[in-house]
Design a protein around this ligand. Structure first.
Ligand code: PMP
Length: 309
C-alpha cells in the first residue's frame, strides 16, 4: 500500500512540506545504515486522540542512539512535544508516527562521528499491518532460514535501521514461501522474534515469551502485554524458548505497534491449537483494545493530543 501522504514532516525542529522533506544522496545513513527509529501509534478514543506509551517509545529511541554514540540532539521532553505537534500540524486523529534519527551529510567514511545527527518525525494513517483479517483470524507464519542477529554482532536492543536488513531477508523469504510473516531463531536456535514483532506462547495456562537474551527488541507492546496478562492473573515467564514450543503451544501471538496483538494460526503449515484465535489471546486482545480504542486507561499509558494548541 503506498504511503498515505500528510501535509508536513518535522525536520530538525522545523515543519517542512511532505514533498520537500528531502536529504542528499550522500547522507551517511544511506550508505552505512546509520539510523534509529521508532514506530508509535495514536488512537482515536472517545476522549480524543491518544498516543500509546509515548514516553517509553522516545526513551527507547534515546537508548537506541546512545548505543551507537549518536546522542539524539533533542531531549525526551522535546521529542514528545514535537511528536504531539506533528499530529496537530497534520490534523490527523489516528495515525502511525515515525520518528527517525540518522547520521546526516558531511563526510563519507565508515567513521560516523563527524556527521551530524539529524532528526525527522512523520505521521500518517496506517491500517492493519498484517492485513485486515489478521487480528480476528490469525496469520500463517514460517520459521526463517535466517538467524536473528546475535547480541555481539548488532545489538537488537537498539532499533537501528541496519537491523532491518536481517528482518527484510526473513520477511522476503516468508512471503516467497506463502507466509504472512517469519519467526526468527536466535544464535542458539531458540525462538527470538518476528521481522517486526515480539512473540508470545500460551502453554498449559502460562504465558511465555523470549527474554532479552534471545536477541529481541524490547517491545513496548511486549511490556504492556506482560502487565496486562499479570493483571488478568496469568503467570508470565521470560526465558529461552526452544523451537519445539512453536508446534506444541495451545496459542501463539505476535505483539508490536504495527501488528498490535496478532494471533498466529499456523507455523510451518502446522495448525496452532485448533487454528482459531485462542481464549487467552482473545482476552488479552480485548483488554488491549479497550485501553487504546475505548480510552480505558487504567495503566496510565495514554497521552492525549490537544488540537486546540
Ligand atoms: N521486534 C522488532 C524487530 C520490531 O521491529 C518491533 C516493532 N517496533 C517489535 C519487536 C515490537 O516492538 P513495539 O511493541 O515496541 O512496537
Amino acid at each position: 500500500m503506498p504511503l498515505p501522504k500528510t501535509d508536513y514532516i518535522w525536520m530538525n525542529g522545523e515543519f517542512v512540506r511532505w514533498e520537500d522533506a528531502k536529504i542528499h544522496v550522500l547522507t551517511h545513513a544511506m550508505h552505512y545504515g546509520s539510523s534509529w527509529f521508532e514506530g508509535i501509534r495514536a488512537y482515536k478514543t472517545p476522549h480524543g486522540t491518544a498516543i500509546f506509551r509515548l514516553r517509553e517509545h522516545v526513551e527507547r529511541l534515546h537508548h537506541s542512539t546512545r548505543i551507537y554514540s549518536a546522542e539524539t540532539p533533542y531531549s525526551i521532553d522535546e521529542l514528545c512535544e514535537a511528536i504531539k505537534a506533528t499530529i496537530v500540524k497534520n490534523n490527523i486523529q489516528e495515525c502511525y508516527i515515525r520518528p527517525l534519527v540518522y547520521r546526516g551529510y558531511e563526510e563519507l567514511g565508515i567513521n560516523p562521528l563527524n556527521c551530524p545527527v539529524d532528526v525527522i518525525i512523520a505521521a500518517w494513517t496506517w491500517g492493519k499491518y498484517l492485513g485486515k483479517d489478521a487480528l480476528n483470524e490469525g496469520v500463517d507464519v514460517g520459521v526463517s532460514s535466517w538467524t536473528r542477529i546475535k547480541p555481539n554482532t548488532m545489538p537488537t536492543m537498539s532499533k537501528a535501521g541496519g537491523n532491518y536488513m536481517n528482518s527484510q531477508l526473513a520477511k522476503v523469504e516468508a512471503i516467497r514461501h506463502g507466509y504472512s510473516e517469519a519467526i526468527m531463531l536466535d544464535g542458539t536456535g531458540c525462538v527470538s522474534e518476528g521481522s517486526g514483532q515480539n512473540i508470545f506462547f500460551v502453554s498449559q495456562g502460562c504465558l511465555h515469551t523470549p527474554s532479552m537474551a534471545s536477541s529481541i527488541l524490547p517491545g513496548v507492546t511486549r511490556a504492556s502485554i506482560m502487565a496486562i496478562a499479570r493483571g488478568l492473573g496469568l503467570d508470565v515467564v521470560e526465558g529461552e524458548i526452544p523451537r519445539g514450543m512453536l508446534y506444541t503451544s495451545e496459542e501463539l501471538f505476535f505483539t508490536g505497534t504495527a501488528a498490535e496483538i496478532t494471533p498466529i494460526r499456523s507455523v510451518d503449515g502446522l495448525k496452532v491449537g485448533d487454528g482459531k484465535v485462542g481464549s487467552v489471546t482473545k482476552k488479552i486482545q480485548d483488554k488491549f483494545f479497550s485501553i487504546v480504542n475505548d480510552g480505558n486507561d487504567e495503566y496510565n499509558w495514554l497521552t492525549y493530543v490537544d488540537f486546540k494548541k
